[in-house]
Design a protein around this ligand. Structure first.
Ligand code: HEM
Length: 197
């Protein structure tokens, strides 16, 4: 498959994941407000899995060096877009749920989560060779590193907050921490050390 159509396919895959997740929430919910609340939660879960795949692809490949980790790495840009699409659908459900349930969102969620969306949109908008050339590889890498780690942090905060009452979310926290540790260790092991004076 050509690269552009592969990326379009994966972005569509992100949308499909989010809509399937939302539909499951709608089927399980007992009333319209609960339908929307579950759709909000499940779309976040679908986008979380896509985020893990995109954010962890290069780390996984450096550790595993298998054909499937190479497959994932090759499609990292498309997976990043799939995550962005799924996460924007999550935003649509957030707005619908908060509006229909008349629940005010805590200001800290609006600002910190809102900044996460700014990062998602900036990364998605610069997911092209043209953007790499225009921004320059160093600036582009910095933008995607800062954006990726910021979204990582929002996911970590969201799931760490829920873990005490919903222990299954500890698995999400563990996955996020594992990726972070692996990234830091790999970065330290490849950073050239300056010779001691
Ligand atoms: C990058 C930004 C964001 C990330 C990574 C994120 C992540 C998450 C996660 C992981 C969940 C839990 C889903 C689950 O139960 O598995 C969630 C739920 C939710 N988020 Fe976000 N979120 C973001 C931005 C926002 C913003 C800006 C708002 C509101 C202004 C918001 C409102 C909500 C609401 C209302 C829920 C459902 C709460 C519940 O009933 O459990 N989120 N989000």
């Amino acid at each position: 498959m050509a690269r552009a159509s592969q990326i379009a396919f994966l972005a569509g895959f992100g949308a499909a994941c989010a809509f399937i997740a939302a539909a499951v929430g709608g089927v399980i919910g007992a009333d319209p407000v609960q339908d929307l609340q579950l759709a909000t939660r499940y779309t976040a879960r679908a986008s979380f899995l896509l985020f893990l795949a995109a954010f962890g692809a290069s780390t996984l490949h450096r550790l595993a060096r298998t054909s499937w980790s190479a497959w994932l790495l090759e499609r990292r840009r498309g997976l990043g877009l799939a995550f962005a699409v799924a996460h924007l659908i999550h935003l649509g459900f957030i707005v619908s749920y908060l509006t229909v349930s008349k629940t005010p969102a805590p200001m800290v969620t609006v600002w910190l989560g809102g900044a996460g969306y700014v990062a998602v949109v900036l990364m998605a908008a610069t997911s092209s060779d043209w953007a790499v050339r225009t921004l320059g590889p160093a600036t582009w890498r910095r933008l995607h590193a800062i954006g990726g780690w910021y979204v990582w942090l929002v996911f970590l905060a969201s799931y760490a907050k829920r873990s005490p009452t919903q222990p299954a979310f500890s698995a999400a926290v563990a996955a996020l921490l594992l990726i972070a540790v692996a990234k830091v260790v790999l970065a330290r092991s490849t950073t050239p050390r300056t010779a001691a004076a």
